[in-house]
Design a protein around this ligand. Structure first.
Ligand code: ZN
Length: 172
């Protein structure tokens, strides 16, 4: 496995829309393994391929305390969503910055597994937030896009000035 370099805001490559995976082969399985290694090492609770400059619809997450509940989604689609919850989100691509974002707190997702088979899963709470956050990355969207223009312009200035800090909370 290889630890990959994570792109940081405002890198324009984070705005790329990922293409669907056409075949789940060894290169995709390798990508998933590398995403997990990179995410756990960061440390973070989710990572989208976009963040490592690979523009295919692949994401990984693990919101468990013991880091033993890995979730890998290929070509994920949200097929149902309800509820609403405000969560303080962070992002490995926006180091050291956290802000509140409102999203549905219960989703049903359809995706391909590592064998290329379709499956569906339910996610609630932090896992639901994390999957939505990572799916945004696959569309070239960042959680800071939900914030006001004033906050984003401050953040851009800060990102230009500041060096990377250690995250204080879970970063997605
Ligand atoms: Zn993120």
């Amino acid at each position: 496995m290889t630890r990959l370099t994570i792109l940081e805001y405002p890198d324009p490559r984070l705005r790329t829309r990922a293409a669907p995976v056409t075949q789940v082969d060894d290169s995709i399985r390798q990508l998933v393994a590398d995403l997990f290694e990179t995410m756990y090492a960061a440390p973070g609770i989710g990572l989208a391929a976009t963040q490592v400059n690979v523009h295919q619809r692949v994401l990984v997450a693990d919101v468990s305390e013991d880091k033993n509940q890995p979730v890998a989604l290929i070509n994920p689609e949200i097929i149902a969503a309800d509820g609403a919850e405000i969560t303080e989100e962070g992002c490995l691509s926006v180091p050291g910055y956290f802000d509140r974002v409102e999203r549905p707190n219960h989703i049903r997702v359809r995706a391909l597994n590592l064998q290329g088979e379709v499956f569906e899963m339910e996610a609630q709470g932090l896992l639901a937030v994390c999957i939505q956050h990572e799916m945004d990355h696959l569309q070239g969207k960042l959680f800071v896009d939900y914030l006001s223009e004033l906050k984003r312009s401050r953040l851009r200035k800060r990102a230009q000035k500041q060096r990377r800090q250690e995250p204080e909370h879970a970063a997605l």
